[in-house]
Design a protein around this ligand. Structure first.
Ligand code: HEM
Length: 400
C-alpha cells in the first residue's frame, strides 16, 4: 500500500483531526506501546483518554509548576552549579524523570540518585523501543533489551507503586479515607477505574511505561533544543537579547518558537481506516499518511517567509508551537504542563503558567548557562531524530 506525505499546516491539521485516520507511528514499537492510549482509536481511545484526562488539570499543573517541581529541581541543580559545568542532556533527563514519574504514578521509595538513574536507564530503553521506527541499531538486539528493561521495571518500580495505591484506593472505597488523600496520577486513576475499565496486566504496565517515556524524552530534548536556539540567537543578536533577557514572557516565546522548529516527533503517522477524501486528497483504505510536522511547522503560508528561522519576536495567529504537541484526536495531554498557557494582556506575570520547559530554561539562564568553550555537543547516533546524546555547558556569569 502506498504512502502519502502531507507537508502543509492546513492539510496536517485536517489529517490529525480525522477520526478515521488511525495512529500508525508505533506499530514497530508495539512491545512498549501496544494498546497504550496513543495507539488506540475510536471509542476505546475516547474512553481511556477521558478517564486519564482527569489527572491533567490546569489548576493542578499551576501548583505543580510553582510549588512541587521547583522543590525537586533545586537540590538536583545546586551541586552542578557548584561544580561549574554539566551535560545538559543528562540533566534534562534526570529532572524530567521526576516529572513524568510524578504524573505516571511511580514512587521513588529510596529517593536517591542511584534510584533515579536506574529508572532513567529503563525509560531511555522504553523510548528507544517506542521509536523503534527511527532506530539505526539492530532491531532484535533492541527488542531483547526492551524485554529485560520491562521485567526490571515491573519488579522494582511498578509492583510497589501499584500495591501502595491499591491499598489507598481500597481504603477510600471502604470510606476510611478522603478522596484528597489519593495520589493524583495515572496509575491511581487506572486503579480507581479498575472495575469499569479493566486492563490486562501487560497493558497496564505498557500504559504506565508509555507515560514515563512520552513525557521524559520530549521534555528533556525540548529543553536542550530551546537553550541551543537561545545560545545561537543571543550570540547573533546581543542587543535584542540584552533588552529581553529578563522578560519571562519573552523566554516562554523563545521556548514556543524552539518547539515549533524542533518537534520532538518530526512526523506523525496515520493509516486510513477506510477510503476517504481529506485535505483535497483521496486515500485508499490502509494507506499510510506521513504528517510531516517538521515541514508543516515551517509553512510560510502560516508563519511567514522566515518560517524556517528562529525568531522569538514573530507574531502569528497560529499556535506559537505549531503542531509540536500534536493536534486533534491524539493532541498531547501534557501540553499545558510543559508548554504553559499563552500570555495575553489580561495575564498576571506573577502567577502565569509558563510551563515546565520554560521554567527549566529560565532557571538555567539565571545560573549563567552557556555552551562549554572546549567540549562540543555530540549528535545522538542511535536515532534519525535530530537530538544530541551529549550537550556540555558551563555556568558563568561573564557577558556572553
Ligand atoms: C515538550 C514536551 C512534549 C511534546 C513536544 C509532546 C508531544 C506530543 C505529540 C506530538 C503528541 C501526539 C502524537 C500523535 O498525534 O501521534 C503527544 C501525545 C501525548 N502526550 Fe505529549 N508531548 C510532550 C510532553 C508530554 C508530557 C509531559 C506528558 C505527560 C505527562 C505527555 C502526554 C501525552 C499523552 C498522554 C499523549 C497521547 C494522547 C492521546 O493519544 O490521546 N506529553 N505528545
Amino acid at each position: 500500500m502506498g504512502e502519502t506525505t502531507v507537508t502543509t499546516y492546513a492539510a496536517a491539521q485536517e489529517v490529525l483531526r480525522n477520526q478515521d485516520m488511525h495512529q500508525a507511528l508505533y506499530d514497530a514499537g508495539a512491545q512498549v506501546m501496544g494498546d497504550a492510549l496513543i495507539t488506540l482509536h475510536g471509542d476505546a481511545h475516547q474512553r481511556r483518554r477521558m478517564m486519564e484526562m482527569t489527572v491533567f488539570n490546569r489548576g493542578f499543573f499551576r501548583n505543580y509548576e510553582h510549588v512541587v517541581f521547583p522543590a525537586t529541581l533545586q537540590p538536583l541543580l545546586a551541586p552542578l552549579v557548584a561544580v561549574g559545568e554539566m551535560d545538559l542532556v543528562t540533566f534534562g533527563y534526570r529532572v524530567t524523570m521526576n516529572l513524568t514519574a510524578d504524573f505516571a504514578g511511580i514512587d521513588r521509595l529510596e529517593d536517591n540518585a542511584e534510584e533515579t538513574d536506574a529508572l532513567l536507564t529503563l525509560v531511555k530503553k522504553f523510548s528507544e523501543g517506542a521509536t523503534m521506527v527511527h532506530t539505526t541499531r539492530d532491531a532484535q538486539a533492541l527488542r531483547d533489551e526492551v524485554d529485560a528493561a520491562m521485567e526490571t521495571f515491573e519488579q522494582r518500580f511498578l509492583a510497589p507503586s501499584r500495591a501502595r495505591r491499591l491499598a489507598l484506593v481500597e481504603a477510600f472505597e471502604r470510606g476510611e479515607l478522603n478522596e484528597s488523600a489519593l495520589p493524583r496520577d495515572v496509575l491511581a486513576t487506572l486503579l480507581r477505574n479498575r472495575h469499569s475499565h479493566p486492563l490486562a496486566d501487560d497493558v497496564f504496565c505498557r500504559e504506565i511505561t508509555f507515560y514515563l517515556q512520552a513525557g521524559a524524552h520530549s521534555t528533556a530534548n525540548s529543553v536542550v533544543h530551546a537553550l541551543h536556539e537561545i545560545f545561537t540567537w543571543r550570540a547573533a543578536n546581543p542587543d535584542l537579547w540584552a533588552a529581553h533577557a529578563e522578560d519571562a514572557v519573552f523566554i516562554q516565546r523563545c521556548v514556543h518558537e524552539s518547539l515549533r522548529l524542533n518537534p520532538a516527533s518530526p512526523v506523525a503517522w496515520r493509516r486510513a481506516a477506510c477510503p476517504m477524501h481529506v485535505a483535497d486528497q483521496a486515500f485508499q483504505q490502509d494507506q499510510r499518511v506521513v504528517v510531516d510536522l517538521h515541514a508543516a511547522n515551517r509553512d510560510p503560508a502560516v508563519f511567514g517567509d522566515d518560517a524556517s528561522e528562529f525568531n522569538p519576536l514573530r507574531s502569528t495567529d497560529a499556535n506559537a508551537w505549531g503542531l509540536s504537541f500534536g493536534y486533534g484526536v491524539h493532541a498531547c495531554l501534557g501540553r499545558t504542563l510543559d508548554g504553559g498557557v499563552l500570555f495575553t494582556e489580561k495575564t498576571n506575570p506573577e502567577n502565569h503558567q509558563y510551563g515546565i520547559v520554560t521554567l527549566l530554561v529560565r532557571t538555567l539562564l539565571a545560573q549563567g548557562v552557556r555552551p562549554h568553550p572546549t567540549k562540543q555537543p555530540i549528535d545522538d547516533a542511535s536515532t534519525t531524530r535530530e537530538n544530541w546524546s551529549s550537550y556540555p555547558v558551563i555556568f558563568s556569569r561573564s557577558t556572553p
